[in-house]
Design a protein around this ligand. Sequence first.
Ligand code: NAP
Length: 507
Amino acid sequence: MDENKGKICAVITEESIRAASERIGQAARFARMVELRVDCLRDLDFADPEPLRALITNRPLPIIITCRASSEGGAQAIDDEIRLRLLAAALRMGADFCDVEAAFYDRLLRLSPDVGRLIVSYHNFDSTPADLERIYEALRALPCAVRKIATKANKYADSLAHLRLLDRAKGEGIDLIALAMGEAGIVTRVLGLARGAFLTYGAMARGRESAPGQATCEEMKELYRAEALSANTKVMGIIGKPVGHSASPAMHNAAFRAMNLDAVYLPFEVDGLEEFISAVARSSRLSTGLNIRGFSVTIPYKTAIIPFLDDLDPASRAVGAVNTVVVEGGRLTGHNTDVRGAIAPLEKVRDLEGAACGVIGAGGAARAVVYGLKQRGAEVTLFARDPGKAGPMAREFDISLARIEEVSKERCGILINTTPVGMRGHSEGLSPVPPDAFDGCEVAYDLVYNPRETAFLADASRAGCRVIGGLEMLVAQAVSQFELWTGKRPPIEIFLQAATGKRSLLP
Ligand code: NAP
C-alpha cells in the first residue's frame, strides 16, 4: 500500500505583512507547508516585493508564494505584469514554490523563472467542467513542478471526478493538487492526500478561509487526520442539511483516532439526496476508490431516505425513520439507533418491564422512545399538546393518550421530555410541564442536551427524582452507530468528551 506523503498547507490570508509573518510562525503546529496569499496584503507595494524577503528567508516551513489574479479569485485587482514580476522575484528570493494561473504561464516564462518551482493552476468557481481530464492534460503539457486544479463542486460526482484525476496523476508520476470547492468538496480536501495529492489546503482559523468549503488546518490534522489516511480508509459521515453544527464528526473521529482505526467520518451537506445515494453511497470502489461503509442521517432526510434503501431493521421500520445506514456488499440497510440510544440510559437505572412511563411530545424522537419502551414491556402514556394530531400515533403503538395538561394527575414513575422545550436558542429556561408533574415520579429524562441542565431536569431534581440528560442519548445512539459500522465498541468517555467539546450539540 502506498504511503500518504502529502502535506497540509496552511493558507495565510492576512492583510498585513506583520500579521502574515506571525501566522506563518504559528502554522507549524498543524501544517507542513504554507501558502502566502500576497494578493490579500494591503500594506505591500506589489511593484516592490522587497519587504517579503525577510519573510521568505526566515520561513519555518516550505513556502508557496501566490499572488492570485482577481479573475481567478484574487483578493484585489493588481496589474498582471506587476503580479508576475513579483512571483519571479519571490522565486529569486528563495521561495520554495510560486503558484501561477495557467492563463498567465507563458507571460511568466518570459521572466525566466525556475520552472522546477512552479505550481500551475486552473480555477473554476462556478462548476466542475465535464472535461476535467482535458484540463489536466493541458496542464500536464506545461513544464512545471506541480499542477493544480480547483473547481466548484455542485454535486458529489464532481468531487469524485477529482479523486479519479488524482489516481490518474499518481499513475503517471505527476504531482497534482486536485480539489473541489464548496460543501461537497470535503471528500477531496480530506481524502486527497491519501489518493496522492501533493498537498491539501487548510485555513489558519475559521473566517480566514481562502476558498469555499476549506476546513481549518487544525481540523484537517486533528479531526480528520488527513495526513494519516490511506487508500483503504473506511469512510463514514453524516448526511443532512445543515450538518455544520453536528457533534457526530467530533465524536466518531475522536474514537477512530483513539482506537487507531484507518477510518474517517465526514460532514456531507446534501442538497440532492438521490445524487448522493447514486454518486457516493452506491459508488463502487472500483470506479471511485471510495471505501464507504455507512453514514448517519439527520434532518431533513430521516424519513425521505427510506425509499432509497434495500432493507430496514425492525426498529427503523416501526419508527418510520432511519438515522443510520450501513453499506455492505453494495446493499444499503437502514437502522434506527435512536431507539437503543434513548432506552440504554434509562435501562441503566430502572427495569422497564411494567414501568409507568409518561412521554411528553409526539414527534420523531417520541416515536423512537415509545417503540423502545414498548419493546421492553413498559406501560406508556403519550402526553401531547394536540391529542387530535397525536391520536394516530397512540393507536399505532397501542398506548394511552392524554393532554399535556393532565401529566400531573397521571403520576408516572418515569417522565420523558421529547419536545424541544428548554432547548438553547428555542425556549431555554422553560419546561414543558409544571413542577408538580414530578409528584410520584422517580426518574426524569430530558432528550434536550443543550443546555445540559434544563428547567425540566432542575424541577425534577428539586422534587427528588433521579435525572438523565439528553447527552446520554446522543452518545448512546452514536456508540450503536459506531458498533454497526466497525463491529467494535468505542470508548464512551471519548465520545462524551468530544460531544461536550463542541460548541453546538446536534446529532
Ligand atoms: P419533532 O419531530 O419536531 O417533535 C417535537 C414534538 O414536540 C412535537 O410533538 C411537538 O408538538 C412537540 N412540541 C413542540 N413544542 C412544544 C411545546 N411548546 N409544548 C408541547 N409540545 C411541544 O422533533 P424531534 O425530532 O422529535 O426532536 C424533539 C427534541 O428531542 C429536540 O429537542 C431534539 O433536539 C431532541 N432529540 C434529542 C436526541 C438526543 O440524542 N438526545 C435525539 C433526537 C432528538 P406538535 O406535534 O403539536 O408540534
